[in-house]
Write a protein that binds this ligand. Structure first.
Ligand code: TXE
Length: 495
Protein backbone atom coordinates (compact mmCIF):
# COMPACT_ATOMS: atom_id res chain seq x y z
CA UNK A 1 0.00 0.00 0.00
CA UNK A 2 1.08 3.60 -0.38
CA UNK A 3 -0.09 6.98 0.80
CA UNK A 4 -3.53 8.04 -0.43
CA UNK A 5 -3.51 11.15 -2.64
CA UNK A 6 -4.73 14.35 -0.99
CA UNK A 7 -8.09 15.63 -2.22
CA UNK A 8 -7.79 18.78 -4.38
CA UNK A 9 -9.81 20.74 -1.80
CA UNK A 10 -7.32 19.70 0.92
CA UNK A 11 -4.38 20.80 -1.23
CA UNK A 12 -6.14 24.13 -1.84
CA UNK A 13 -7.01 24.58 1.85
CA UNK A 14 -3.42 23.98 2.95
CA UNK A 15 -2.16 26.56 0.43
CA UNK A 16 -4.49 29.29 1.68
CA UNK A 17 -3.19 32.28 3.59
CA UNK A 18 -5.16 31.52 6.77
CA UNK A 19 -6.80 34.32 8.69
CA UNK A 20 -8.74 34.45 11.93
CA UNK A 21 -12.35 33.28 12.00
CA UNK A 22 -14.34 36.09 13.62
CA UNK A 23 -17.99 37.09 13.29
CA UNK A 24 -18.95 34.40 10.80
CA UNK A 25 -16.04 34.79 8.39
CA UNK A 26 -12.32 35.29 7.93
CA UNK A 27 -10.68 38.52 9.00
CA UNK A 28 -7.00 39.35 8.61
CA UNK A 29 -4.96 39.52 11.79
CA UNK A 30 -3.62 42.92 12.85
CA UNK A 31 -0.41 41.06 13.71
CA UNK A 32 2.21 40.29 11.09
CA UNK A 33 3.29 37.22 13.09
CA UNK A 34 2.47 33.80 11.70
CA UNK A 35 2.93 30.25 12.93
CA UNK A 36 4.15 27.39 10.74
CA UNK A 37 2.10 24.23 10.63
CA UNK A 38 4.42 21.27 10.12
CA UNK A 39 3.49 17.81 8.88
CA UNK A 40 5.04 15.61 11.59
CA UNK A 41 5.40 12.69 9.20
CA UNK A 42 7.73 14.60 6.88
CA UNK A 43 8.91 17.67 8.79
CA UNK A 44 7.67 19.87 5.92
CA UNK A 45 5.85 23.17 6.56
CA UNK A 46 2.40 22.58 5.04
CA UNK A 47 0.61 25.78 5.99
CA UNK A 48 0.79 28.99 8.02
CA UNK A 49 -1.73 30.55 10.37
CA UNK A 50 -2.00 33.93 12.05
CA UNK A 51 -0.70 34.48 15.59
CA UNK A 52 -3.52 36.62 16.99
CA UNK A 53 -2.71 40.01 18.54
CA UNK A 54 -4.39 41.73 21.50
CA UNK A 55 -6.46 43.80 19.02
CA UNK A 56 -7.63 40.57 17.36
CA UNK A 57 -8.52 39.14 20.76
CA UNK A 58 -10.56 42.24 21.61
CA UNK A 59 -12.36 41.98 18.29
CA UNK A 60 -13.15 38.28 18.76
CA UNK A 61 -14.42 38.82 22.31
CA UNK A 62 -16.67 41.70 21.23
CA UNK A 63 -18.05 39.53 18.42
CA UNK A 64 -18.59 36.58 20.80
CA UNK A 65 -20.57 38.85 23.14
CA UNK A 66 -22.79 39.95 20.26
CA UNK A 67 -23.05 36.30 19.17
CA UNK A 68 -24.08 35.36 22.70
CA UNK A 69 -26.94 37.90 22.68
CA UNK A 70 -28.34 36.26 19.54
CA UNK A 71 -27.59 32.62 20.26
CA UNK A 72 -28.76 32.58 23.88
CA UNK A 73 -32.12 33.93 22.66
CA UNK A 74 -32.39 31.30 19.92
CA UNK A 75 -35.01 28.66 20.73
CA UNK A 76 -33.48 25.43 22.05
CA UNK A 77 -34.96 23.38 19.20
CA UNK A 78 -33.41 25.76 16.67
CA UNK A 79 -30.04 25.43 18.43
CA UNK A 80 -30.36 21.64 18.26
CA UNK A 81 -31.18 21.84 14.58
CA UNK A 82 -28.00 23.81 13.80
CA UNK A 83 -25.84 21.32 15.73
CA UNK A 84 -27.48 18.40 13.90
CA UNK A 85 -26.85 20.09 10.55
CA UNK A 86 -23.22 20.65 11.51
CA UNK A 87 -22.90 16.94 12.38
CA UNK A 88 -24.27 16.09 8.92
CA UNK A 89 -21.81 18.48 7.30
CA UNK A 90 -18.88 16.94 9.19
CA UNK A 91 -19.86 13.58 7.75
CA UNK A 92 -20.37 14.99 4.27
CA UNK A 93 -16.82 16.41 4.44
CA UNK A 94 -15.43 13.34 6.23
CA UNK A 95 -12.49 12.61 3.96
CA UNK A 96 -11.51 16.26 3.57
CA UNK A 97 -11.50 16.89 7.34
CA UNK A 98 -9.72 13.61 8.08
CA UNK A 99 -6.97 14.39 5.58
CA UNK A 100 -6.41 17.92 6.93
CA UNK A 101 -6.22 16.44 10.43
CA UNK A 102 -3.74 13.74 9.41
CA UNK A 103 -1.54 16.28 7.61
CA UNK A 104 -1.34 18.56 10.64
CA UNK A 105 -1.13 15.95 13.43
CA UNK A 106 0.37 12.78 11.93
CA UNK A 107 -2.62 10.81 13.18
CA UNK A 108 -3.10 7.72 11.01
CA UNK A 109 -5.86 8.35 8.50
CA UNK A 110 -8.16 5.62 9.86
CA UNK A 111 -8.11 7.24 13.32
CA UNK A 112 -8.68 10.68 11.82
CA UNK A 113 -11.76 9.36 10.03
CA UNK A 114 -13.13 7.39 12.98
CA UNK A 115 -12.41 9.77 15.85
CA UNK A 116 -11.88 13.26 14.46
CA UNK A 117 -14.92 13.05 12.19
CA UNK A 118 -17.27 10.15 12.99
CA UNK A 119 -16.97 10.34 16.78
CA UNK A 120 -17.00 14.14 16.65
CA UNK A 121 -20.29 14.00 14.73
CA UNK A 122 -21.81 11.60 17.24
CA UNK A 123 -20.78 13.86 20.14
CA UNK A 124 -22.39 16.82 18.35
CA UNK A 125 -25.64 14.90 17.91
CA UNK A 126 -25.58 13.96 21.59
CA UNK A 127 -25.16 17.61 22.64
CA UNK A 128 -27.87 18.64 20.16
CA UNK A 129 -30.25 16.33 22.05
CA UNK A 130 -29.55 18.16 25.31
CA UNK A 131 -30.40 21.63 23.94
CA UNK A 132 -34.13 21.00 24.42
CA UNK A 133 -33.81 19.17 27.74
CA UNK A 134 -32.06 21.64 29.99
CA UNK A 135 -34.42 22.46 32.84
CA UNK A 136 -34.65 23.79 36.38
CA UNK A 137 -36.70 22.72 39.41
CA UNK A 138 -39.68 24.01 41.34
CA UNK A 139 -39.23 24.23 45.10
CA UNK A 140 -41.59 25.07 47.97
CA UNK A 141 -39.74 27.20 50.57
CA UNK A 142 -40.61 26.81 54.27
CA UNK A 143 -40.61 30.53 55.08
CA UNK A 144 -42.98 31.77 57.82
CA UNK A 145 -46.41 32.99 56.81
CA UNK A 146 -47.77 35.75 59.14
CA UNK A 147 -50.78 36.94 57.16
CA UNK A 148 -51.56 34.04 54.85
CA UNK A 149 -48.85 34.80 52.31
CA UNK A 150 -47.38 31.85 50.49
CA UNK A 151 -44.12 31.18 48.68
CA UNK A 152 -42.90 29.33 45.67
CA UNK A 153 -39.49 29.14 44.04
CA UNK A 154 -37.96 27.83 40.87
CA UNK A 155 -34.53 27.59 39.33
CA UNK A 156 -33.40 28.63 35.87
CA UNK A 157 -30.41 27.24 34.04
CA UNK A 158 -28.82 30.17 32.24
CA UNK A 159 -25.86 29.93 29.84
CA UNK A 160 -22.66 31.25 31.46
CA UNK A 161 -21.91 33.55 28.49
CA UNK A 162 -18.78 33.63 26.36
CA UNK A 163 -16.72 30.44 26.71
CA UNK A 164 -13.03 30.16 25.85
CA UNK A 165 -12.29 26.64 24.58
CA UNK A 166 -8.57 25.85 24.75
CA UNK A 167 -7.73 22.76 22.76
CA UNK A 168 -4.57 20.57 22.70
CA UNK A 169 -2.97 18.97 19.65
CA UNK A 170 -3.79 15.31 20.20
CA UNK A 171 -7.45 15.37 19.04
CA UNK A 172 -7.73 18.82 17.54
CA UNK A 173 -11.17 18.37 15.98
CA UNK A 174 -12.89 16.03 18.41
CA UNK A 175 -11.89 17.97 21.54
CA UNK A 176 -12.88 21.26 19.88
CA UNK A 177 -16.26 19.67 19.09
CA UNK A 178 -16.69 18.57 22.73
CA UNK A 179 -16.25 22.16 23.78
CA UNK A 180 -18.27 23.88 21.11
CA UNK A 181 -21.04 21.25 21.36
CA UNK A 182 -21.35 21.83 25.13
CA UNK A 183 -21.26 25.62 24.75
CA UNK A 184 -23.68 25.90 21.85
CA UNK A 185 -26.19 23.39 23.25
CA UNK A 186 -26.48 25.41 26.46
CA UNK A 187 -26.80 28.75 24.62
CA UNK A 188 -23.26 30.03 25.21
CA UNK A 189 -21.03 31.43 22.49
CA UNK A 190 -17.48 30.12 22.23
CA UNK A 191 -14.04 31.21 21.09
CA UNK A 192 -11.84 28.25 20.24
CA UNK A 193 -8.09 28.64 20.67
CA UNK A 194 -6.61 25.58 18.98
CA UNK A 195 -3.12 24.30 19.70
CA UNK A 196 -0.40 26.15 17.80
CA UNK A 197 0.64 22.73 16.40
CA UNK A 198 -2.78 21.78 14.98
CA UNK A 199 -4.82 24.91 14.17
CA UNK A 200 -6.19 24.00 10.73
CA UNK A 201 -9.15 21.62 10.97
CA UNK A 202 -11.18 23.79 13.33
CA UNK A 203 -10.92 26.69 10.86
CA UNK A 204 -12.62 24.50 8.24
CA UNK A 205 -15.19 23.31 10.83
CA UNK A 206 -16.02 26.95 11.65
CA UNK A 207 -16.84 27.52 7.96
CA UNK A 208 -19.14 24.48 8.06
CA UNK A 209 -20.80 25.81 11.23
CA UNK A 210 -21.80 28.97 9.37
CA UNK A 211 -23.13 26.80 6.52
CA UNK A 212 -25.15 24.90 9.17
CA UNK A 213 -26.82 28.17 10.19
CA UNK A 214 -24.80 29.27 13.23
CA UNK A 215 -25.13 33.04 13.69
CA UNK A 216 -22.06 35.29 13.44
CA UNK A 217 -20.00 35.39 16.62
CA UNK A 218 -21.46 32.24 18.20
CA UNK A 219 -18.22 30.47 17.22
CA UNK A 220 -14.96 32.32 16.64
CA UNK A 221 -11.56 30.71 16.14
CA UNK A 222 -8.39 32.53 17.19
CA UNK A 223 -5.15 30.85 16.20
CA UNK A 224 -1.99 31.60 18.15
CA UNK A 225 0.21 30.46 21.00
CA UNK A 226 -0.45 29.95 24.68
CA UNK A 227 -0.46 33.69 25.39
CA UNK A 228 -3.56 34.09 23.20
CA UNK A 229 -5.28 31.55 25.45
CA UNK A 230 -4.15 33.38 28.59
CA UNK A 231 -5.31 36.76 27.27
CA UNK A 232 -8.71 35.31 26.38
CA UNK A 233 -9.20 33.83 29.85
CA UNK A 234 -8.23 37.09 31.53
CA UNK A 235 -10.28 39.27 29.17
CA UNK A 236 -13.13 41.08 30.95
CA UNK A 237 -15.50 40.00 28.15
CA UNK A 238 -15.19 36.24 28.66
CA UNK A 239 -16.99 34.17 31.29
CA UNK A 240 -15.64 30.64 31.31
CA UNK A 241 -12.69 28.57 30.16
CA UNK A 242 -12.84 24.94 29.19
CA UNK A 243 -9.28 23.65 28.90
CA UNK A 244 -7.85 20.30 27.85
CA UNK A 245 -4.10 19.85 28.02
CA UNK A 246 -1.13 19.16 30.23
CA UNK A 247 -1.16 19.39 34.02
CA UNK A 248 1.32 22.30 34.32
CA UNK A 249 -0.54 24.38 31.72
CA UNK A 250 -3.84 23.41 33.34
CA UNK A 251 -2.61 24.76 36.67
CA UNK A 252 -1.51 28.00 34.95
CA UNK A 253 -4.92 28.25 33.27
CA UNK A 254 -6.71 27.68 36.58
CA UNK A 255 -4.62 30.42 38.22
CA UNK A 256 -5.26 32.87 35.36
CA UNK A 257 -8.96 32.14 35.58
CA UNK A 258 -9.16 32.62 39.34
CA UNK A 259 -6.81 35.61 39.56
CA UNK A 260 -8.40 37.59 36.78
CA UNK A 261 -12.09 37.56 37.72
CA UNK A 262 -13.12 34.16 39.07
CA UNK A 263 -13.66 32.98 35.50
CA UNK A 264 -15.40 29.61 35.63
CA UNK A 265 -12.93 26.86 34.71
CA UNK A 266 -13.26 23.27 33.57
CA UNK A 267 -9.86 21.60 33.43
CA UNK A 268 -9.39 18.23 31.76
CA UNK A 269 -5.75 17.36 32.30
CA UNK A 270 -3.51 14.38 31.81
CA UNK A 271 -2.07 12.05 34.37
CA UNK A 272 -0.42 8.71 34.72
CA UNK A 273 -3.19 6.21 34.23
CA UNK A 274 -2.99 2.61 35.39
CA UNK A 275 -4.10 -0.61 33.76
CA UNK A 276 -4.12 -3.60 36.09
CA UNK A 277 -4.32 -7.20 34.96
CA UNK A 278 -5.64 -9.70 37.49
CA UNK A 279 -4.17 -13.20 37.48
CA UNK A 280 -7.10 -14.88 35.78
CA UNK A 281 -6.60 -12.88 32.56
CA UNK A 282 -5.71 -14.82 29.45
CA UNK A 283 -2.33 -13.53 28.21
CA UNK A 284 -3.38 -12.97 24.58
CA UNK A 285 -6.39 -10.94 25.68
CA UNK A 286 -4.19 -9.03 28.11
CA UNK A 287 -1.72 -8.13 25.34
CA UNK A 288 -4.59 -6.84 23.18
CA UNK A 289 -5.69 -4.86 26.22
CA UNK A 290 -2.26 -3.23 26.62
CA UNK A 291 -2.27 -2.22 22.95
CA UNK A 292 -5.76 -0.71 23.29
CA UNK A 293 -4.87 1.02 26.54
CA UNK A 294 -1.40 2.30 25.72
CA UNK A 295 -0.68 2.45 22.00
CA UNK A 296 -3.72 3.93 20.25
CA UNK A 297 -2.63 7.17 18.49
CA UNK A 298 0.94 6.39 19.63
CA UNK A 299 -0.13 6.86 23.25
CA UNK A 300 -0.97 10.54 22.72
CA UNK A 301 -4.27 10.31 24.59
CA UNK A 302 -4.83 11.83 28.01
CA UNK A 303 -6.85 8.81 29.14
CA UNK A 304 -4.34 6.25 27.82
CA UNK A 305 -2.66 3.94 30.32
CA UNK A 306 1.05 4.34 30.94
CA UNK A 307 1.54 2.20 34.05
CA UNK A 308 0.78 -1.48 33.68
CA UNK A 309 0.53 -3.72 36.73
CA UNK A 310 0.82 -7.46 36.20
CA UNK A 311 1.15 -10.32 38.69
CA UNK A 312 4.82 -11.11 39.27
CA UNK A 313 4.40 -14.66 37.95
CA UNK A 314 3.12 -13.33 34.57
CA UNK A 315 5.35 -10.30 34.03
CA UNK A 316 7.99 -11.89 31.84
CA UNK A 317 5.60 -13.85 29.61
CA UNK A 318 3.33 -10.85 29.16
CA UNK A 319 6.03 -8.31 28.30
CA UNK A 320 7.67 -10.74 25.85
CA UNK A 321 4.38 -11.46 24.10
CA UNK A 322 3.65 -7.75 23.92
CA UNK A 323 7.06 -7.01 22.41
CA UNK A 324 6.41 -9.71 19.77
CA UNK A 325 3.07 -8.10 18.88
CA UNK A 326 4.47 -4.58 18.73
CA UNK A 327 7.20 -5.79 16.36
CA UNK A 328 4.46 -6.68 13.86
CA UNK A 329 2.94 -3.17 13.80
CA UNK A 330 3.45 -1.44 10.48
CA UNK A 331 5.15 1.90 11.11
CA UNK A 332 4.85 4.39 8.27
CA UNK A 333 3.11 7.30 6.63
CA UNK A 334 -0.12 8.20 8.40
CA UNK A 335 -1.69 8.71 4.97
CA UNK A 336 -1.08 5.04 4.12
CA UNK A 337 -4.20 3.07 5.05
CA UNK A 338 -2.06 0.06 5.97
CA UNK A 339 -0.07 2.00 8.59
CA UNK A 340 -0.83 1.01 12.18
CA UNK A 341 1.65 3.24 13.96
CA UNK A 342 2.34 6.82 12.92
CA UNK A 343 4.58 9.67 14.09
CA UNK A 344 4.23 11.79 17.20
CA UNK A 345 2.67 15.19 16.57
CA UNK A 346 5.71 17.43 16.87
CA UNK A 347 9.49 17.52 17.20
CA UNK A 348 9.38 18.93 20.73
CA UNK A 349 7.35 15.95 21.83
CA UNK A 350 9.67 13.52 20.04
CA UNK A 351 12.65 15.13 21.84
CA UNK A 352 10.79 14.77 25.16
CA UNK A 353 10.33 11.06 24.50
CA UNK A 354 14.08 10.82 23.74
CA UNK A 355 14.78 12.30 27.18
CA UNK A 356 12.42 9.79 28.82
CA UNK A 357 14.23 6.91 27.08
CA UNK A 358 17.60 8.26 28.30
CA UNK A 359 16.19 8.57 31.81
CA UNK A 360 14.94 4.97 31.76
CA UNK A 361 18.45 3.82 30.78
CA UNK A 362 20.03 6.00 33.48
CA UNK A 363 17.74 4.39 36.05
CA UNK A 364 18.64 0.89 34.79
CA UNK A 365 15.07 0.03 33.85
CA UNK A 366 14.72 -3.03 31.62
CA UNK A 367 13.92 -1.93 28.06
CA UNK A 368 12.10 -4.95 26.66
CA UNK A 369 11.68 -3.37 23.22
CA UNK A 370 11.89 0.04 21.55
CA UNK A 371 13.34 2.90 23.56
CA UNK A 372 14.67 4.85 20.59
CA UNK A 373 13.81 7.92 18.60
CA UNK A 374 13.72 7.02 14.90
CA UNK A 375 16.13 9.27 12.97
CA UNK A 376 14.77 11.28 10.07
CA UNK A 377 12.71 14.35 9.32
CA UNK A 378 9.52 12.80 10.78
CA UNK A 379 8.65 12.64 14.48
CA UNK A 380 8.72 8.88 14.89
CA UNK A 381 9.71 6.92 18.00
CA UNK A 382 9.67 3.18 18.55
CA UNK A 383 6.80 1.56 20.42
CA UNK A 384 8.39 0.82 23.76
CA UNK A 385 7.96 -1.61 26.63
CA UNK A 386 9.82 -1.02 29.87
CA UNK A 387 9.96 -2.85 33.18
CA UNK A 388 10.60 -0.40 36.01
CA UNK A 389 13.06 -1.23 38.77
CA UNK A 390 11.29 0.60 41.53
CA UNK A 391 8.02 2.40 42.10
CA UNK A 392 10.02 5.65 42.10
CA UNK A 393 11.28 5.23 38.52
CA UNK A 394 10.55 8.28 36.38
CA UNK A 395 8.70 6.33 33.74
CA UNK A 396 6.31 4.93 36.29
CA UNK A 397 5.47 8.42 37.57
CA UNK A 398 5.72 11.07 34.83
CA UNK A 399 3.35 11.31 31.90
CA UNK A 400 5.27 10.50 28.69
CA UNK A 401 2.21 11.00 26.46
CA UNK A 402 3.85 8.57 24.07
CA UNK A 403 3.87 4.91 23.00
CA UNK A 404 5.56 3.71 26.15
CA UNK A 405 4.13 0.98 28.39
CA UNK A 406 5.94 0.79 31.71
CA UNK A 407 5.30 -2.39 33.71
CA UNK A 408 5.65 -3.16 37.39
CA UNK A 409 4.84 -6.42 39.17
CA UNK A 410 2.45 -6.87 42.10
CA UNK A 411 2.07 -9.77 44.50
CA UNK A 412 -1.45 -9.37 45.88
CA UNK A 413 -4.53 -7.25 45.23
CA UNK A 414 -4.12 -5.06 48.29
CA UNK A 415 -0.68 -4.04 47.07
CA UNK A 416 -2.08 -3.62 43.56
CA UNK A 417 -4.60 -1.02 44.75
CA UNK A 418 -1.86 0.86 46.60
CA UNK A 419 0.30 0.89 43.47
CA UNK A 420 -2.58 2.10 41.29
CA UNK A 421 -3.39 4.96 43.66
CA UNK A 422 0.23 5.91 44.27
CA UNK A 423 0.12 8.94 41.96
CA UNK A 424 -0.97 12.56 42.31
CA UNK A 425 -3.21 12.06 39.24
CA UNK A 426 -6.52 10.34 38.68
CA UNK A 427 -8.00 10.66 35.22
CA UNK A 428 -8.63 7.02 34.36
CA UNK A 429 -7.76 3.42 35.21
CA UNK A 430 -8.67 -0.03 33.98
CA UNK A 431 -9.05 -3.47 35.52
CA UNK A 432 -8.77 -6.54 33.37
CA UNK A 433 -10.34 -9.73 34.74
CA UNK A 434 -13.03 -12.34 34.14
CA UNK A 435 -14.07 -12.01 37.79
CA UNK A 436 -16.58 -9.16 37.63
CA UNK A 437 -17.51 -9.58 41.26
CA UNK A 438 -13.90 -8.91 42.26
CA UNK A 439 -13.69 -6.00 39.81
CA UNK A 440 -16.81 -4.36 41.22
CA UNK A 441 -15.43 -4.64 44.75
CA UNK A 442 -12.19 -2.96 43.65
CA UNK A 443 -13.77 -0.13 41.61
CA UNK A 444 -14.73 2.06 44.61
CA UNK A 445 -11.18 1.87 45.92
CA UNK A 446 -9.59 3.22 42.73
CA UNK A 447 -8.91 6.96 42.68
CA UNK A 448 -9.85 7.90 39.11
CA UNK A 449 -12.60 9.78 37.31
CA UNK A 450 -13.23 6.82 35.00
CA UNK A 451 -12.62 3.16 35.74
CA UNK A 452 -12.92 0.77 32.80
CA UNK A 453 -13.29 -2.96 33.21
CA UNK A 454 -11.92 -5.08 30.34
CA UNK A 455 -11.59 -1.97 28.17
CA UNK A 456 -9.64 1.27 28.19
CA UNK A 457 -9.61 4.68 26.47
CA UNK A 458 -12.98 4.52 24.70
CA UNK A 459 -15.23 7.47 25.51
CA UNK A 460 -18.96 7.77 25.00
CA UNK A 461 -20.84 11.09 24.99
CA UNK A 462 -23.41 9.75 27.47
CA UNK A 463 -20.79 8.82 30.08
CA UNK A 464 -19.26 11.69 32.11
CA UNK A 465 -15.50 12.13 31.76
CA UNK A 466 -12.99 14.09 33.85
CA UNK A 467 -10.30 13.73 36.46
CA UNK A 468 -9.92 13.50 40.22
CA UNK A 469 -6.86 14.67 42.18
CA UNK A 470 -4.44 16.63 39.92
CA UNK A 471 -6.10 15.41 36.72
CA UNK A 472 -8.63 18.18 36.61
CA UNK A 473 -11.79 19.91 37.72
CA UNK A 474 -15.27 19.36 36.29
CA UNK A 475 -16.76 16.82 33.93
CA UNK A 476 -17.50 16.72 30.24
CA UNK A 477 -20.31 14.66 28.59
CA UNK A 478 -23.42 13.06 30.05
CA UNK A 479 -25.62 15.62 31.75
CA UNK A 480 -22.63 16.62 33.92
CA UNK A 481 -21.46 19.26 31.42
CA UNK A 482 -24.64 21.28 31.97
CA UNK A 483 -23.47 22.28 35.47
CA UNK A 484 -20.27 23.66 33.98
CA UNK A 485 -21.80 25.64 31.12
CA UNK A 486 -24.81 27.11 32.94
CA UNK A 487 -25.37 29.22 36.03
CA UNK A 488 -28.19 28.23 38.32
CA UNK A 489 -30.48 31.17 39.07
CA UNK A 490 -33.00 30.88 41.91
CA UNK A 491 -36.27 32.80 41.68
CA UNK A 492 -38.42 33.16 44.85
CA UNK A 493 -41.96 34.48 44.78
CA UNK A 494 -44.28 35.59 47.59
CA UNK A 495 -47.97 35.57 46.73
O1 TXE B 1 0.22 21.26 25.84
P1 TXE B 1 -0.31 22.45 26.71
P2 TXE B 1 1.37 21.27 24.77
C1 TXE B 1 0.86 16.96 27.33
C2 TXE B 1 1.95 16.16 26.64
C3 TXE B 1 2.71 17.20 25.89
C4 TXE B 1 2.62 18.37 26.85
C5 TXE B 1 2.82 19.71 26.23
O2 TXE B 1 2.75 15.54 27.60
O3 TXE B 1 4.03 16.83 25.62
O4 TXE B 1 1.33 18.27 27.39
O5 TXE B 1 1.98 19.86 25.10
C6 TXE B 1 -2.58 26.45 25.35
N1 TXE B 1 -2.92 29.94 29.10
N2 TXE B 1 -0.40 16.97 26.65
O6 TXE B 1 2.41 22.30 25.00
O7 TXE B 1 0.79 23.35 27.10
C7 TXE B 1 -1.78 25.94 24.18
O8 TXE B 1 -1.57 26.96 23.24
C8 TXE B 1 -3.86 29.47 28.28
C9 TXE B 1 -1.49 16.37 27.34
O9 TXE B 1 0.74 21.30 23.45
O10 TXE B 1 -1.13 21.85 27.77
C10 TXE B 1 -2.68 24.80 23.68
O11 TXE B 1 -3.75 25.31 22.89
N3 TXE B 1 -3.62 28.56 27.32
C11 TXE B 1 -2.80 16.77 26.81
C12 TXE B 1 -3.24 24.23 24.96
O12 TXE B 1 -3.08 25.26 25.95
C13 TXE B 1 -2.37 28.08 27.20
C14 TXE B 1 -2.90 16.91 25.33
C15 TXE B 1 -2.57 22.96 25.47
O13 TXE B 1 -1.22 23.26 25.67
C16 TXE B 1 -1.33 28.54 28.03
C17 TXE B 1 -1.75 17.55 24.76
C18 TXE B 1 -1.65 29.51 29.03
N4 TXE B 1 -0.74 29.97 29.88
C19 TXE B 1 -0.54 17.54 25.44
N5 TXE B 1 -0.20 27.89 27.68
C20 TXE B 1 -4.00 16.01 27.36
N6 TXE B 1 -4.07 15.82 28.66
O14 TXE B 1 -4.91 15.65 26.64
C21 TXE B 1 -0.50 27.07 26.66
N7 TXE B 1 -1.82 27.18 26.36
Amino acid sequence: MSAIPLLPQVEAFLKRSHQLFIDGGYVPSTSSQTLDVIDPATGVVISRVADASQADIDQAVASANRGFQVWSQTAPAARASVLLKLADLLERHREELAQIETCQSGKIIQISRMFEVDMAASFLRYYAGWATKISGQTITPSLPSFAGERYTAFTLREPVGVVVGIVPWNFASMIAIWKLGSALATGCSIIIKPSEFTPLTILRIAELAVEAGLPAGALNVLTGGGMVGKALIEHPGTDKVSFTGSVPTGIAVGKSAMDAKLTRATLELGGKNSAAFLRDMDLDKAVNGVIEAGFLHSGQICAAAERFFVHRSQLEAMTEKLAERLATLKIGSPLDEATQFGPLTNKQHQAKLGQFFAQARAENSTIVCGGKVIDGPGCYVEPTVIIANSINDTLLNEETFGPVATFFPYDDEEQLLQLMNNTPYGLSASLWTNDLSKALRMVPQIEAGTVWVNMHTLLDPAVPFGGVKASGVGREFGDAFIDDYTELKSVMIRY
